[in-house]
Design a protein around this ligand. Structure first.
Ligand code: BG6
Length: 481
């Protein structure tokens, strides 16, 4: 159950506040929440980063023409500092004290929008300088951007380090896909509809596809991306979380612990065949064209030789009674011919006895599609008769979210609000992170044994041929309805 957002003043301290995330997502999300009057009346946002800026210059970076800008921007502050220097934390503590007095605030959210290599260190410094200490009525919460670690070992080390400072219930690990409207809708569609709940299992479902495709490239994040790649950047977090929601059993209740328990069971049941390289395909883009614009190949874009994958497609098993023998195909990549995030549940075909025998009949399998973006919505594909003649063709029944409710809200708005409310349902628990890395590390190890032949797809194409072959081998194909 949701805890009500109380109206007690709150201070957000954003580490890495001059970075891209703060600019594109965090501060705009806070401004929107302020506009919708969802933030406590008294709040402050204190940026902490290496660049030397005054409060005024810091505010200027986010300035816009929206009508709440003046009122909102008064609450933005900045302190310059190095994430590893004690003297800078002492200054930070001083500044926090002053802003707290001014706001009458005692609750603090620390948002770590920094490279993950700083996470552990920042947590320890917060403890050392007394900034993590809670009192009876004053909480401290910490938010980590993904990725949490870069493999199982580093994630465990980081978690241990953080645990000496913050309890699990104070720790919010962001996976912004969980804040997306249609990702939250997966559980509702499944567990609020008997027509779907009773059908989603290995008796009726042939396979499931989860695709998150992007036209965008690395967008100035070369340093991070080249150390990470598609598998760790997208599959370890977003795609496995979407898979867990698509495959989980109904939770005992909607509270965070019960939902997480069911997601954990799915992650524990993930399997890969012995020969991992046969079911885990990777790719890197070469030069090509997108929207009639010439696009450089990945290596040229990042100005170095690289064996980092910008595309990954994997066939996964969920070894439990509901999903045994139903493959889950996941794929994600950059610089592709389209941008979309979709889940397709593809049902088994009926035996070909009646309508499929008609000349020119088209009776593809039924599908349930959850379109996360763009054109957020849910659709069902079924076969119907054409007017007058006895001819059968597929048709789509559609729920269009945006036609009814307008654009989906920005995921970060919902997530930031949940941090203030103390609701961690839409954040990843440590156990989920641990299991995701355990799984992803198996693939990473198998990939290390074979040198990839890159580039193997052109920018603006649908990805490497090997990804299509992965489906064709099983007499299936990637869907894009
Ligand atoms: C981020 C990844 O987590 O998600 C990016 O690091 C990716 O590489 C992004 O582009 C995709 O998010 P969205 O919300 O644009 O689908």
């Amino acid at each position: 159950m949701k805890k009500e957002a109380d109206n007690k003043p709150v201070l957000f301290v954003i580490f890495g506040a001059t970075g891209d995330l703060a600019k594109r997502k965090l501060v705009p999300a806070l401004q929107n929440l302020h506009k919708k009057k969802l933030l406590p009346k008294k709040f402050g946002v204190l940026g902490f980063a290496r660049r030397q800026l005054s409060d005024e210059r810091f505010r200027k970076q986010f300035r816009n023409s929206r009508n709440n800008w003046t009122a909102f921007s008064k609450n933005l502050f900045y302190t310059q500092g190095n994430f590893t220097k004690d003297e800078d934390y002492a200054r930070l503590a001083e500044r926090i004290k002053k802003i707290k007095q001014r706001l009458g605030a005692c609750n603090i959210v620390y948002y770590l929008a920094t490279p993950p290599s700083f996470f552990g260190n920042i947590a320890e410094k917060l403890k050392k300088h007394g900034l993590a200490r809670e009192s009876e009525n004053c909480w401290r919460r910490v938010v980590f951007e993904k990725p949490f670690g870069h493999d199982l070992k580093s994630a465990r080390k980081l978690n241990k380090q953080i645990r000496t400072v913050f309890r699990e219930d104070q720790t919010y690990r962001i996976d912004h896909y969980l804040g997306k409207e249609l990702v939250q809708n997966i559980m509702v569609v499944r567990f609020a509809n008997s027509i779907f709940e009773t059908l989603l299992n290995n008796k009726n479902v042939d396979h499931v596809q989860i695709s998150v495709l992007e036209k965008l490239g690395v967008e100035g994040r070369e340093e991070y991306y080249d150390k990470t790649g598609a598998l760790k950047d997208m599959i370890q977090s977003h795609l496995l979380q979407v898979l867990a929601l698509t495959a989980m059993e109904p939770p005992a209740s909607l509270n965070a612990d019960d939902v997480r328990k069911e997601k954990i069971k799915v992650l524990q049941a993930l399997t890969l065949p012995k020969n991992i390289n046969e079911c885990a395909v990777r790719g890197q883009y070469g030069p090509g064209r997108i929207n009639n614009k010439k696009i450089k190949g990945y290596e040229e874009e990042i100005s170095r030789r690289s064996s980092t994958e910008t595309f990954a497609a994997i066939k996964i098993g969920v070894h439990n009674l509901r999903w045994g023998n139903v493959p889950f195909y996941l794929r994600t990549g950059k610089r592709l011919d389209k941008t979309l995030a979709e889940v397709h549940v593809v049902f088994k075909q009926l035996p070909c006895v009646l309508f499929c025998k008609l000349p020119k009949a088209q009776t593809p399998p039924n599908t349930l599609t959850i379109r996360i973006q763009p054109k957020a919505g849910v659709s069902v594909r079924f076969n119907a008769k054409l007017p007058e003649m006895l001819q059968v063709q597929p048709r789509i029944m559609e729920y269009c979210y945006e036609c009814e409710f307008g654009p989906t809200p920005e995921a970060y708005e919902r997530l930031l609000l949940d941090v203030i409310r103390g609701d961690s349902t839409l954040f990843t628990s440590w156990k989920e992170i641990e299991l995701s890395w355990l799984f992803v590390d198996m693939i990473e190890r198998a990939w290390k044994k074979q040198k990839p032949k890159f580039p193997n797809y052109a920018a603006g194409s649908s990805g490497p041929k090997e990804a299509d072959k992965l489906m064709q081998k099983d007499h299936r194909e990637w869907l894009c309805l």
